[in-house]
Ligand binder design. Structure first.
Ligand code: 3HC
Length: 688
């Protein structure tokens, strides 16, 4: 074995040179990796005894892409990826990529420059650059469509999805798939066959039949694709650039297409959207790290879960655990509510099965893990119990006191409260160390965010387990301290407050919604209220017409569910502005002597977003969030903040903190001390 450099070894086995790359954690294409590849290929080329080359990776995965940590930093002196790929394509000896784990981005692009590709059955591949606001900048947009055709290439580069080995084989990305433990032997056998049978040095750049065949109908193909995906890709810059590259692959010779790819790559890389999306990539991983907890903290076993409340929240929460094979006992007070709740869970699974995303057997397996009960005592053996009952402190305290008498010692007692004081709930038990908040977002089986609320007495192992189980069920878990509304809802309330003021002072609900939609949110606050139901938390008996919402509810408006709210809805849920609501707003403003004025879009945006940022600063100051990026992760995954704007704190940093201080004062809002301090010293929340 020869060490080529610190990350690359070369061994020779007969006529085959095996280049083994070992650069943990994910063999990303850092400068030493690029050097190792260039030097390794050159060494194998130079050895006359070598007739074929296998490129394989040690550790958990094949090359997972460019080294994202290098982006935006000055270039270091090393081989460029382009140099490496050119050397590979000019090799006189067949190079075989042996792929396990995930061959992603630049990793797949390196593999596409090899002559042949063999993969382990569990391997995946993909071009996920679009998720970082980029496009595959190492020839991926030109080589991939030549192998798989433009239709599949369009799907892969605009979705960034990971493709399993079997599918990749069918598409023509991989040439052979072998059992996981047969990767190296399989690659060696392929290399020997290539030598014995004198396989041609096949290069993806020279495979033209699929792009040639697509060319006559290409205009329609791309127009249809753009039209079909317009809504999904709204606001993002990178998908369109990716589409243009695939267009170039179909319409231009390879070398011309590469020029287009390069020309479109550079502005994306330098742009704010990609910076935001790269920041989010690391922010997501950072959120899992809890200050004061070792990364390998011992987790408590969670082999069974109890859920109290079979309503929308409880049912959605239960599905998360059933999906990963953890048995759930769900408890309700009345038989009718219990069977309704279980029925909804079954219906949800059956709907998923009808879309072909689950088999009928999967549905039964999941439902087989679910047990309904009317008796709290049935939760006596559960490792984790999550309460999802009505949002009322007295009810929760009574319930936790009862749970204390029922749950086994060491069980985690979690509350799904979205606002209430977890410490007060914990104090209702004799084991406050076992109590934690687990705030799911509706629909709980879909939304990725989980706020894990760390009570004053929550034990570290309990906190670590809540975070760990969140990851296991596919959530992005973020730690919050105990405060009213935690991170997300606490900030949201400031946006809602301003939205209400804006419609009194002169804007219409549709103006506010439009501005926030154009910013990139899936919907504005008034559409959201209509969707949630105007009567949530409204009490007819105590309503005195003190708010616009009271008056709307008193007039029988309930939002989407009865077609009347801030908008009117037809049977297909198409919305039109509601003159009745407008009248309620105008009357209300007149009664209060408010002189309505014209309010422009900039003011709407600033008044909705800046108070949120201000509250985010207070949350940081009070240490309710561990770091600014955790706040961003909450807003990205729980409230539809557009990922290409990085989250409220990242956005604020780029809007300018000094400007935000000035604008807040202009609107009569006192800036948070931390915000003022950072602005005065030219610092930022996120360091970005
Ligand atoms: N560059 C630098 N660091 C990376 C990285 C990359 N491409 N990919 C992962 N890492 C780091 C992570 O930050 C993490 O670091 P940490 O332990 O310090 O937090 C560590 O590797 C492990 O990553 P994960 O926690 O994500 O591990 P998983 O096993 O859950 O996932 C993965 C592995 C599927 C490879 C996932 O990390 C991933 O999707 N990575 C990004 C892949 C990607 O986007 N590649 C394209 C890059 S852009 C490109 O190639 C441009 C080219 O076209 C020129």
């Amino acid at each position: 074995m020869t060490a080529i450099n610190a990350v690359m070894d070369l061994t020779r086995d007969g006529e085959v040179a095996v280049l083994t790359l070992n650069s943990p954690p994910v063999n990303a294409l850092s400068a030493p990796v690029r050097d190792g590849l260039a030097l390794g290929i050159a060494a194998a080329e130079a050895d006359p005894a070598v007739k074929a080359i296998v490129l394989i990776c040690a550790g958990r995965t094949f090359i997972a892409g460019a080294d994202i940590t290098e982006f935006g930093k000055p270039a270091v002196k090393s081989a460029s990826l382009f140099d490496v790929q050119t050397a590979m394509e000019q090799s006189k000896k067949p190079i075989i990529a042996a792929i396990h784990g995930t061959a992603l981005g630049g990793g797949l692009e390196v593999a596409l420059t090899c002559h042949y590709r063999i993969a382990a059955a569990s391997a995946k591949c993909g071009l996920p650059e679009v998720k970082l606001g980029l496009l595959p900048g190492a020839g991926g947009t030109q080589r991939l469509p030549r192998l798989v055709g433009p239709e599949i290439a369009l799907d892969l580069v605009t979705s960034g999805r990971h493709v399993g080995a079997k599918e990749a084989l069918k598409m023509g990305v991989f040439d052979e798939v072998v059992a996981d433990d047969q990767l190296l032997p399989g690659a060696m056998a392929m290399a020997r066959k290539a030598i014995a049978e004198k396989w041609p040095l096949r290069l993806a750049r020279d495979v033209n039949d699929k792009v040639d065949a697509a060319r006559p109908n290409a205009a329609k193909l791309f127009a249809d694709f753009r039209a079909k995906n317009a809504k999904l890709l709204r606001g993002f810059e990178a998908p369109e650039a990716n589409i243009q590259c695939i267009e170039a692959a179909v319409n231009l010779p390879f070398d011309e297409g590469i020029k287009v790819e390069r020309a479109l790559f550079v502005p994306l890389m330098q742009g704010l959207q990609s910076r935001a999306q790269r920041y989010v990539f690391f922010a997501e991983r950072m959120a899992a790290k809890v200050e004061g907890l070792p990364a390998d903290a011992q987790l408590l076993p969670v082999k069974s879960v109890g859920i109290i409340g079979a309503g929308t929240m409880g049912g959605g929460i239960a599905m998360n655990f059933l999906n990963v094979g953890i048995p759930v006992t769900i408890v309700e007070m009345k038989e009718e509510a219990l069977s309704r709740g279980i029925g909804v869970i079954r219906k949800n699974y059956e709907n998923t099965a009808a879309k072909g995303k689950l088999t009928a057997a999967d549905v039964e397996t999941r439902m087989g893990l679910l047990k309904g009960s009317l008796d709290l005592a049935d939760l006596g053996q559960a490792d984790l119990i999550i309460e999802a009952v009505f949002e009322n402190m007295d009810i929760k305290k009574e319930l936790f006191a009862k749970l204390d008498g029922v749950a086994k010692p060491g069980a985690i007692l979690a509350s799904n409260t979205s606002y209430l004081n977890v410490d007060e709930i914990a104090a209702a038990t004799k084991r406050p160390g076992s109590v934690v908040g687990m705030h799911f977002f509706s629909p709980a089986n879909v939304m990725r965010l989980l706020e894990v609320v760390n009570g004053a007495k929550t034990e570290p192992a309990v906190l670590a387990t809540a975070m760990g189980i969140g990851k296991k069920i596919g959530k992005i878990a973020v730690v919050s301290g105990v405060c009213h509304g935690f991170i997300g809802n606490r900030m949201l309330s400031f946006r809602q407050q301003q939205a209400q003021k804006l419609i009194l002072e002169g804007a219409l609900p549709s103006d506010v919604d439009r501005v926030l939609y154009d910013f990139g949110f899936p919907m504005g606050p008034f559409q959201m209220s209509d969707l949630a139901g105007l009567d949530i938390g409204w009490n007819a008996a105590t309503s005195k017409g003190e708010t616009i919402r009271d008056r709307m509810c008193e007039a029988g408006m309930r939002g989407q569910k009865n077609g009347k709210g801030f908008y009117n809805y037809d049977a297909e849920r198409n919305r039109t502005p509601s003159p009745e609501t407008e009248k309620i707003i105008l009357d209300y403003a007149a009664e209060r002597g408010i002189n309505r004025r014209s309010i422009d879009d900039d003011e709407i945006l600033e008044r909705c977003l800046l108070p949120m940022v201000n509250e985010g600063a207070k949350i940081l100051e009070e240490k309710m969030a561990q770091r600014a990026s955790d706040i961003d992760i909450v807003w990205l995954n729980g409230y539809g903040w557009p990922v290409y704007r990085g989250g409220p704190m990242f956005w604020a940093d780029h809007y300018g903190l000094a400007k935000i201080v000035e604008r807040l004062k202009h609107y009569g809002i006192t800036p948070a001390p931390l915000l003022e301090k950072l602005a005065a010293s030219g610092q930022t929340f996120t360091g970005q």
